[in-house]
Design a binder for this molecule. Structure first.
Ligand code: GLN
Length: 508
């Protein structure tokens, strides 16, 4: 280990910020300790795709110089990572795709601006599935990341590098994106907290789009406290994102009272029974234990119906690829994307030279899963099939939305404040386990995609471990724009359940 000031195992953003604020540590020392750990240990996790050592240290030095002036900044000197699908100016941003190899955006995403203004120091970019399409990081052009709890297993995806970085202690906070579970599922697989805010809560300006009606940016952290702290920074209206909501933003840290008594939590028993065949036994028992912990904390557990939940995966896998096929049309070697050279043997003899150039560029630039999504999406949107697939999927999406409104509003009797579900049907699977079976990979999204289809905020919090030591997550889904209640309950649960305290370590 280079240097002496190795970051403490379970250091949080809040504690780092407080240390720097009071002068106990300098921002440069903190930054260097994380950069050293990344240099020493990321070889085995492969969580980062780019490290900005010099820029980060220069930024930290600037913070130290201005400490008095900046002391009230909420993330003063906190090292963070940003997922490779979020633009940071002049810094490598590739969506883990060959087609964007070497791309350095000329502008910052709004979240990157907000984080810097809050005093955070971006130390690097994290690995993910190509264009965020996947659940394991195995679809990354950089190769997969590994799970810090067991390197033979995936850290999840698509924000798998982000979750691995936080779990392995390479950064206290990672910023990810979630289109169908990509913040929550890797958080669950890596034993940390992952929050997908309400659609529109956080600006998507500067996020390389996957499915624009589903995408949302959010934090991966070690504690609910940190998730609230980071959401305070990220949340708010942005005129540069037409879908960003002009809704009041609460003080999420102030919402963490430690009290959950009186909250009403919905349990969709029928969904769990339906999924029973595919749910791992240890996940189900962890869910039951979580419900008991909530009841002991004074929460009322209410049976609810989500009758259309069983269609969430098929609906998602029509809507998301359809939107992806349209969003990814811009990577054609002319508007965006590195153009493939002419004259390869694979050139077919059909079409104009321009059409051949598009073919070559997209064939060489995109990986297999992205091509699969583009083909599925184009098919679902094509004349003659649009009504049968895309339109029907949107109709069922409305029914799924209605299920949740009924649960929150209460059909007969009072509604619930939060819906509780497992985050995933299984713990982290082995690298390679689902790679040849896309359907098996897709079915793992059964519990996460509904929050994206409905736009509702959802969080995964640590809920124990399997017998073999793999983390398990509990998912809580809240009312639209009510992250305050969601975080309050998560915080109370974290206290009751003890959170995930066992730190991951690099293998010797
Ligand atoms: N696993 C889902 C998919 O492959 C979700 C990905 C995401 O949220 N970005 O589409």
């Amino acid at each position: 280990m280079a240097g002496t000031s190795r970051p403490a195992e379970m250091e949080t953003a809040t504690s780092i910020r407080d240390d720097i604020r009071t002068g106990r540590r300098s921002a440069v020392d903190v930054c260097r300790s994380y950069l050293d750990r990344i240099a020493d240990e990321d070889g085995c996790w492969h969580a980062l795709t780019a490290v900005f050592r010099d820029e980060a240290l220069a930024h930290a030095a600037d913070i130290d110089r201005r400490r008095d002036e900046w002391r009230d900044r909420p993330l003063l000197g906190v090292p963070i990572t940003v997922k490779d699908v979020i633009c940071t100016r002049g810094q490598l941003t590739t969506a883990a795709s060959r087609i964007l190899a070497g791309f350095r955006p000329p502008y910052d995403a709004t979240v990157a601006v907000r984080l810097r203004e809050a005093g955070a120091v971006v130390v690097g970019k994290t690995n993910c599935d190509e264009f965020a399409m996947g659940s394991s990081t195995e679809h990354s052009a950089y190769g997969p990341s590994r799970n810090p709890w067991n390197p033979d297993h995936t850290p999840g995806g698509s924000s798998g590098g982000a979750a691995a970085a936080v779990a392995a202690g390479l950064a206290p906070v990672a910023i990810g994106s979630d289109t169908g579970g990509s913040i929550r599922q890797p958080a669950a697989f890596c034993g940390i907290v992952g929050l997908k805010p309400t659609y529109g809560r956080v600006s998507r300006y500067g996020l390389l789009a996957f499915a624009s009606s589903l995408d949302q940016i959010g934090p991966l952290t070690r504690t609910v406290d940190d998730a609230a702290l980071v959401l305070n920074v990220l949340a708010g209206h942005d005129p540069r994102d037409a879908t960003s909501a002009d809704a009041p933003v609460a003080d999420y840290t102030a919402a963490l009272t430690g009290e959950a008594a009186g909250l009403r939590v919905g349990m969709p028993r029928a969904l769990l029974e339906l999924a029973d065949a595919g749910i791992d036994g240890e996940i189900l028992s962890a869910y039951r234990r979580s419900m008991e912990a909530l009841r002991d904390a004074g929460v009322a557990l209410i049976d609810i119906e989500l009758p259309h939940a069983e269609y969430a995966v098929p609906v998602y896998y029509l809507v998301a690829p359809a939107e992806a096929s349209s969003n990814l049309a811009r990577y054609d070697g002319v508007r965006y994307g590195s153009r493939a050279a002419a004259g390869g043997a694979e050139d077919n003899d059909r079409g104009s030279p321009l059409a051949k150039m598009y073919d070559r560029t997209r064939d060489a630039g995109f990986g297999a899963e992205v091509k699969r999504r583009i083909m599925l999406g184009t098919y679902a949107l094509s004349a003659g099939y649009y009504d049968a697939y895309y339109r029907r999927a949107q109709r069922v999406r409305s029914l799924i939305r209605r299920d949740y409104s009924n649960a929150f509003d209460g059909n007969a009797g009072p509604g619930v404040d939060v819906v509780a579900l497992p985050t995933t049907p299984t713990p982290a699977f082995r690298l390679g386990e689902h790679l040849q079976d896309p359907l098996a990979m897709y079915l793992g999204d059964i519990f996460t995609v509904s929050a994206n289809l409905t736009g509702l905020p959802a969080i995964s919090v640590p809920a124990g471990f399997t017998a073999t030591g793999l983390p398990i997550g509990l998912q809580l889904v809240g009312r639209a724009f009510d992250e305050a209640t969601l975080l309050r309950l998560s915080h109370a649960y974290e206290r009751a359940a003890g959170g995930s305290r066992r730190p991951a370590r690099a293998p010797d």
